[in-house]
Design a protein around this ligand. Structure first.
Ligand code: P6P
Length: 341
């Protein structure tokens, strides 16, 4: 019997399709000797739900699942049908996956106890951020944070399992349903981006080891609220305009964040009289993107404090958000600080 070694060759006849998300997760798990595979399984569960939500967002207009659901969520925001669908898809996938004991969702007033006290993880998620953009075909996103529960496995979940600062995240990610669908995540060892190949139903590694430019020339803020901005913020925006930076604001956090992460820039959602703590939510928006930002060499603050160090005090608490290239975030904070002295 003849045996010959397989020799991988990049034949133009059969080009390599690249590394799938599944293989990447498995390979990274092998890097952690203590890893038992539950986090890997949880990431795969999220990826599965993402594929289903991707399919439904792509055909919303055709399947009569666009438009308003007819109720408001705990935020007082009008729920879109896809908000509700996405929330069901992710919660169901996390329940069936068996690795999660509790979910905090933008779409649910209370903590969702998955009745799985053996689950090691807690997930905080915005199932579909920017969903008001669905009907006008603008990019939307999913944002998620993963924490290890702090109370004993097998015991009922406690509030302390949920109210953890962002610096306790074991993983975080976002999905951008845009011109292509991308999943970007970190487990604390850098940031990697995967692009969804619809025809194969797989995510493939397309953006290995993502690093944000230290500085940038793009600022993302809704200047409709300019008159209510703090003077320090007005002073910073004045400098951006004097330098002829580009104003880019999509109205979809994940899309603005992703562009700034790749190209350099800062996204700002400040506090204002209508939203004294800003609009964005700490547990399932700011923390996840802040973890990813810092892992990619960028920064995230509330204008004064590092987002990841904020101790949550309520489930749906909001926070001002200054996130993106570290030089830009630092300079913006310096202008805010000058006005406070
Ligand atoms: P505004 C979407 O509702 C969202 O949470 C983010 O995705 C987006 O950046 C922001 O709010 C838009 O808010 O007040 O500018 O319309």
């Amino acid at each position: 019997m003849k045996i010959k070694p397989y020799i991988h060759n990049e034949s133009s006849l059969a080009y390599s399709v690249g590394e799938t998300l599944d293989r990447f997760i498995k390979k990274k798990q092998d890097d952690f000797t203590y890893a038992s595979g539950e986090l890997s399984q949880l990431l795969r569960d999220i990826a599965l739900a993402t594929k289903i939500v991707n399919r439904e967002t792509n055909r919303a207009g055709l399947a009569n699942i666009g438009g308003a659901f007819g109720q408001t969520n705990v935020q007082g925001e009008e729920q879109q049908k896809l908000d509700v669908i996405a929330n069901i898809r992710f919660t169901r996938a996390l329940t069936k996956g068996g690795e999660v004991c509790a979910v905090v969702s933008e779409e649910d007033d209370e903590v969702i106890d998955l009745q799985n006290s053996s689950g090691k993880y807690v997930v905080a998620i915005d199932p579909l951020d920017g969903s008001s953009n669905i009907d006008v075909n603008i990019s939307i996103g999913t944002i998620f944070s993963i924490y290890r529960r702090v109370t004993p496995i097998g015991s009922p979940i406690q509030l302390e399992d949920i109210m953890q600062p962002g610096n306790k995240q074991v993983a975080a990610g976002y999905v951008l349903y845009g011109s292509s669908t991308m999943l970007v995540y970190t487990t604390g060892c850098g940031v990697n981006g995967f692009t969804y190949e619809q025809s194969l139903g797989e995510f493939f590694l397309s953006h290995p080891d993502m690093k944000a430019p230290n500085d940038g020339k793009v600022f993302s803020i809704n200047e409709g609220g300019y008159n209510q901005f703090d003077q320090g913020l007005k002073n910073y925006l004045k400098v951006c305009k004097e330098r002829e930076y580009s104003a880019r604001y999509i109205g979809s956090l994940v899309a603005d964040f992703h562009r700034n992460l790749l190209k350099g820039g800062i996204y700002i959602y400040p506090s204002n009289p209508k939203n004294p703590n800003g609009k964005l939510r700490l547990l399932y928006e700011a923390n996840a993107l802040a973890f990813i930002a810092e892992q990619a060499g960028a920064s995230a603050t509330d204008g004064e404090n590092r987002i990841l160090d904020i101790q949550p005090t309520s489930l749906h608490q909001r926070t001002p958000l200054f996130i993106g290239s570290s030089v830009m975030v630092k300079e913006a904070m310096s202008y805010l600080a000058k006005e406070k002295v």
